[in-house]
Design a protein around this ligand. Structure first.
Ligand SMILES: [Zn+2]
Length: 131
């Protein structure tokens, strides 16, 4: 049986972080649904689990890998969210944050230096700003 399963899973994508996250989410929703008993919610759980299994048995490895990478970057952004926001706020007391007019690169300029010419570190565009 185990052998059969291993042969079945050969060349298939299998479980990853996104899959584990979806399974956990599905389980949480099942528990929630024990109390709210919503028909829609049970369909949502079903859809999540089907999607999860579909990904696990998928042979389109690169596509699944890209989905997982997307999920991981989303998760790390979410985790670093509050602390990054706070750090940004701290920085704004000491620095002005400008965007380069030509390439949109964020540039940090110390405050209180009067009129200055900023050179973009990325594309070398120069622009005048009051700091
Ligand atoms: Zn630039």
């Amino acid at each position: 049986m185990r052998d059969k399963f291993q042969r079945f899973m050969q060349g298939r994508y299998g479980a990853d972080e996104l899959c584990r996250f979806l399974t956990a989410l599905g389980l949480i929703l099942i528990v929630v649904n024990l109390f709210v008993r919503s028909g829609i919610l049970s369909y949502v759980v079903l859809a999540i689990l089907i999607y999860c299994y579909y990904r696990m048995f998928s042979r389109n490895y690169s596509r699944r890998y890209a989905e997982n990478q997307k999920f991981l970057s989303w998760r790390s952004r979410l985790r670093s969210g509050p602390s990054r926001w706070k750090a940004d706020l701290e920085q704004r007391k000491v620095y002005h944050i400008y965007r380069c007019p030509s390439c949109r690169q964020k540039i940090r300029v110390p405050r209180g230096k009067g009129n200055i010419i900023v050179t973009c570190p990325k594309c070398r565009t120069e622009f005048r700003k009051k700091s």
